[in-house]
Design a protein around this ligand. Structure first.
Ligand SMILES: Cc1cc2nc3c(=O)[nH]c(=O)nc-3n(C[C@H](O)[C@H](O)[C@H](O)COP(=O)(O)O)c2cc1C
Length: 319
């Protein structure tokens, strides 16, 4: 049942990103270069059992080709984590990840996500409850290395005292947001803690990686099990395909992939997901060639999804 154990190392993962790594984008990524593991966007456990359930369930959609896919959840109530884990197991996810790192003000105010770095006891209770509800699915945690100050030693010890299957460390404090370079050297103490506690958790590093070569180098240098890449995918959607030199991809091919993404978005959601979300992808596809910025302006000025799709088609027809 534990898919993590079957993966070849180093494990290369596309980071969970809200408004980005939905089933549509994951399918696009599969079509050009698949990572070893996908994560969903983070989903509040409270909403899984509320009136807004339908919308949340839509953000948990996935297709077979995205496997292995891990559902990421967040919240404060261990009981709800247990129920959410039961639901995710029924939805046939490959794993469940708990977000303990997002610095979003409202989430933190409620005591969830990054606030758990200040509440070790609740963090452990949440992990235990999730494992209880998970029916054998592996449970992992994605977090940072401290709240205001770096606190790797105490925090990672608390986490690895639980039987988590994997621990992803975004190597910055909550206060640092994404503003300073990630502290990769902290992984040395993480590995010592794992050894001392005889934990079997896989250790995944995250922060500032832009290429697969860089990810592999980091895994080798720090002797970790895998690396997770987030914003790097915006610069190169083909990132996980090592055999493709992105500088050789033609503008026509890039815009064609944007068209495919837009059409899949329309087919998947109809009008139920706001189309403006798609605009953040325009730069991923329409960049790195002459005339890209003018084309981006035209695309960004569109007011509906259909018009965005048409404009992408017109631009491609003229190349
Ligand atoms: C737009 C955006 C959305 C994000 N949403 C999530 C999320 O839902 N869950 C999560 O654990 N991290 C989220 N993150 C953080 C990333 O997963 C990752 O930890 C962070 O970007 C650092 O990695 P990078 O330097 O490779 O981008 C988000 C980051 C960005 C830029």
């Amino acid at each position: 049942m534990n898919f993590w154990k079957k993966l070849k190392k180093p494990i290369l993962i596309l980071a969970p990103m809200e408004g980005v790594t939905d089933t549509v984008f994951r399918q696009i990524v599969v079509s050009v270069g698949k990572p070893d593991v996908f994560f969903t966007e983070f989903v509040p456990v409270d909403a899984l059992f509320s009136k807004g359930q339908e919308k949340i369930l839509a953000s948990l959609k996935f297709t077979k080709k995205e496997r292995p896919v891990v559902a990421q959840i967040w919240g404060t109530d261990p009981e709800k984590f247990c129920l959410a884990a039961q639901m995710l197991s029924k939805l046939k996810f490959d794993g469940i990840d708990i977000n303990m790192g997002c610095p979003d003000k409202n989430a933190v105010k409620s005591g969830a996500c990054a606030a758990l770095l200040k509440n070790f006891k609740l963090a452990q209770e949440i992990i235990t409850a999730t494992i209880k509800g998970s029916k054998g699915l592996p449970v992992s945690v994605k977090t940072r290395i401290g709240y205001k100050e770096i606190n790797t030693e105490n925090w990672v010890t608390a986490l690895l005292q639980t039987p988590v299957s994997a621990l992803t460390l975004h190597l910055r404090t909550v206060f640092e947001m994404s503003k300073v370079p990630a502290h990769w050297d902290e992984l040395k103490s993480v590995l010592k803690i794992r050894e001392n506690l005889k934990s079997k958790a896989l250790i995944i590093g995250n922060g500032d990686i832009k290429t697969i070569q860089e990810a592999k180098d980091k895994c080798k240098e720090y002797k970790i099990d895998g690396a997770m890449i987030g914003r790097g995918i915006f610069e190169n959607v083909w990132l996980f395909n090592e055999s493709i030199d992105v500088s050789k991809i033609t503008p026509k091919h890039k815009i064609k992939l944007l068209q495919k993404h837009l059409q899949l978005f329309k087919k998947t959601y109809g009008g139920s997901r706001h189309f403006e979300l798609m605009k953040k992808f325009v730069k991923c596809y329409v960049s790195g060639f002459d005339g890209a910025s003018e084309k981006r302006i035209q695309l960004m000025q569109t007011k509906t999804l259909d018009r965005l799709i048409e404009t992408a088609g017109e631009l491609n027809g003229r190349i």
